[in-house]
Design a protein around this ligand. Structure first.
Ligand code: ADP
Ligand code: MG
Length: 700
């Protein structure tokens, strides 16, 4: 049976081929169903009309009834603008267009009553309304009136080509007329009753043509719940399948390696959070089911030792382990850190990266295959086909956001029974959100820092205060401390950034001259060997200042470095700023982070600076970041607007998300395959949604 909602959009009256093409390209609207799901961004109360002499310079969006009495084109330096004089008997104002002037000029009617709507600005007492929405008064009076005016998402091109908000509104009305609003219910009746949700049909009607504020709110609630509920159903089902289908090695014993280390060689007492997390991991790996666990812990929370102890469990059970890091510098750090910790245990640990020599490589390949190599640490090089383990039992991936899901599964294929997987990340995200994004992973959180850490003092300084900042650096260096100065170099190929970095390096070298001071530099264009050498010099305390790009962003550990200067800090995202700051505060001394910027800052930049100055808590920072950027970016996916959510907001609607998760779990417990008759509609909608690959492909 043909579902009318599958009808191609151009068949809708008032759309046609040209507008159909435009809607497809600009908004991804292919068929009726897509248009229905184009929810308004906001609503405007247009129940009252203003007189021109009542207008206030408040920037509010208002509607005025009047006539255009004159139309002229004004030449300005930066192009032309079209200006209409608009009057209502109480005064005059201007309507102004910068774009689409030809279309307006040809279509606007002189001396005919219009309702104009838009934002008013005043210059020298004369009000003007740029790009107003206009409707003939006669049409305005006839159209379906609702108290609230929906404002739909749009693009410049759509407006330019005459597909204005008014037009979208009209074709939406047409769609409701043609389909007779025959929208099937998707949620089970019992659930709707329990939660007092309005029917799907009523919700869709009121989202597009709200009769009142109250009905609009109820429509939004219902649609948000539905959206999040379906995502949860999907994630829970997936997790369930994984736990039942994907076998894993059951590490039944906790043996010599682990016990010996725990009893005799722990360099410090574990925090309670570390203990708890190790227990969770031990528990998981004890089951004959593959572990897929995300370990979240703020910078410096002590993930390394958790990684080591997890690997020891694999070793105790006769298996090998590997740890994969996103960069060579990080892999090296892990290698030296873990080797140091594991020294007394007599285990064979090696490192494999792009710059490992062929002869060494051969030895590694051999030892891996005959099982003499216990732990392999490395970069992407671990994923090469030649790297074959004897029996890989645990794979740890550091800094998840740099590895795709695909690479994760590539690791699996190295064995018949896949290894347990532990993903470690220092980019913390709120738990409810993590559950929604990483539904296929279980989550452990180290939510406690090792004792005795002094919070890093963070300040924001303008470039004009550089002299004072430099004086402070001299004081700190005199006390024996070391300093990082980080420059933005977002793209390695960016010539301007590179020049800034080199100019910066030169002037710092001048301000901190030899022989009293010595300055290191590390950036992405250097050979790996040179980078390592410079890092090494700094780590050993042979240089006072490390000038660097974000290559040092993750993992680098030089406890004596106590000052982090971030240049052009406004260009970094919050999580990057937090990561950078995490490079200091690792020793016993008071540490500082100084963010340098110019005077001109966007609102978002100001919020970022203020947030960094007011808290050291990675989770708190992640929440703000989430609000500023949306979760898609945070996960480092290209796709912004996570999961292509249509109406719900994972941050603002967290309560609804929890509720949806609760009910999804409950429902799947009662009816795992959704085969009860009362769940037929739900199952149908769920299957349909599953076909829309784009929503799911990036989480699965
Ligand atoms: P991250 O989670 O950022 O990887 P690390 O594992 O590098 O953190 O640990 C940061 C620092 O804290 C290291 O110098 C480590 O030796 C130290 N550390 C970790 N756990 C503890 C603990 N329980 N008590 C004291 N120091 C600890
Ligand atoms: Mg680390």
């Amino acid at each position: 049976m043909h579902n009318p909602l599958d009808t191609p959009i151009e068949y809708l009256k008032g759309v046609g081929p040209a507008r159909g093409e435009l809607l497809r390209k600009e908004l991804g609207i292919h068929k009726y169903a897509d248009l229905i799901n184009l929810y308004p961004n906001r609503y405007i109360d247009r129940t009252r009309y203003y007189k021109i002499n009542e207008l206030q310079n408040s920037g509010a969006e208002v509607q005025v009834v009047g006539k255009v009495i004159h139309l002229k084109t004004v030449e300005q330096k930066r192009g032309k603008r079209l200006v209409a004089t608009f009057t209502d008997g109480t005064g005059e104002m201007e309507l102004v267009w910068f774009q689409g002037q030809k279309w307006i000029r040809e279509n606007i009617k002189i001396n005919v009553p219009y309702v104009v709507f838009g934002k008013c600005n005043s210059f020298n007492g004369l009000f003007s309304m740029p790009h107003p929405e206009m409707e003939l008064l006669t049409e305005h009076e006839q159209s379906l009136r609702s108290a609230m005016q929906p404002i739909y998402p749009s693009t410049e091109k759509l407006t330019q080509r005459g597909v204005t908000n008014k037009v979208v509104n009209k074709i939406m009305q047409q769609l409701f007329i043609e389909t007779q609003a025959a929208f099937a219910e998707t949620l089970p009746h019992a659930l709707m009753q329990e939660l007092n949700l309005i029917p799907k049909k009523a919700a869709l009607f009121n989202i597009h043509f709200p009769k009142s504020q109250e009905l609009l709110a109820r429509a939004q609630y219902r649609l948000k719940f539905e959206e999040l509920f379906f995502i949860q159903l999907q994630l829970i089902t997936k997790n369930f399948i994984r736990k039942h289908k994907i076998k894993g090695h059951a590490f039944e014993v906790v043996g010599n390696y682990f016990n010996n280390f725990y009893q005799n060689h722990l360099p410090f007492e574990l925090t309670n959070a570390q203990k708890r997390v190790i227990k969770e991991i031990r528990n998981d790996m004890g089951q004959p089911v593959q572990m897929n666990r995300l370990l979240q812990g703020d910078v410096g929370s002590g993930k390394t030792i958790v990684a080591l102890m997890s690997m020891l469990i694999a070793l105790d059970n006769g298996f090998q382990a590997c740890l994969m890091a996103p960069t060579e510098i990080l892999a090296n750090q892990h290698f030296s850190g873990l080797s140091e910790l594991a020294k007394p245990l007599g285990i064979n640990i090696k490192i494999l990266t792009g710059s490992t020599k062929t002869s060494e490589r051969k030895i590694i390949h051999e030892e891996l295959q005959n099982g003499n190599l216990h732990i392999l640490i490395g970069t992407h090089a671990l994923l090469e086909d030649k790297v074959q383990f004897h029996n890989l039992g645990l794979a740890i991936i550091d800094e998840q956001h740099r590895f795709g899901v695909e690479q994760r599964s590539k690791l699996w294929r190295k064995n018949d029974v896949p290894p347990h997987i532990l993903v470690m990340t220092a980019t913390p995200i709120p738990r409810t959100l993590a559950m929604s994004l990483y539904g296929d992973l279980d989550i452990s959180v180290i939510d406690e820092l090792p004792p005795g850490r002094k919070p890093i003092k963070t300040v924001h300084r303008y470039d004009s205060n550089r002299l004072k900042v430099w004086a402070f650096l001299r004081e700190e260096i005199a006390k024996g401390r070391q300093v990082y100065i980080v420059y933005p170099l977002i793209e390695e190929s960016d010539k301007m950034d590179y020049k800034d970095l080199m100019d910066g390096y030169e002037s710092i070298s001048r301000d901190f001259p030899l022989p009293q001071y010595s300055v290191s530099i590390v950036h992405g264009r250097m050979k790996p060997a040179d980078k390592d050498m410079e890092m090494e010099r700094f780590a050993k305390g042979k240089t006072n200042i490390m000038v660097a790009t974000t290559v040092i962003e993750v993992g680098v550990n030089v406890p004596n470095a106590s000052v982090m200067i971030i240049e052009s800090a406004e260009r970094f995202g919050l999580s990057q700023l937090h990561q950078l700051r995490g490079r200091v505060g690792r020793g016993a001394e008071q540490s500082y982070c100084i963010m340098m910027t110019g005077h001109k800052l966007s609102n978002d930049s100001k919020i970022r600076m203020e947030t960094m100055c007011s808290t050291n808590d990675g989770f708190e920072i992640a929440e703000v970041d989430l609000r500023l950027r949306g979760p898609g970016d945070i996960m480092g996916t290209q796709q912004s607007g996570v999961l292509n959510l249509q109406i719900a907001d994972l941050v603002k609607d967290r309560d609804i998300l929890s509720l949806a998760r609760h009910h999804a779990l409950k429902l799947l417990k009662e009816d795992p395959s959704l085969s009860k008759p009362e769940h037929a509609a739900l199952k149908h909608a769920f299957t349909e949604l599953g076909k829309k690959k784009n929503i799911w492909n990036y989480i699965s």
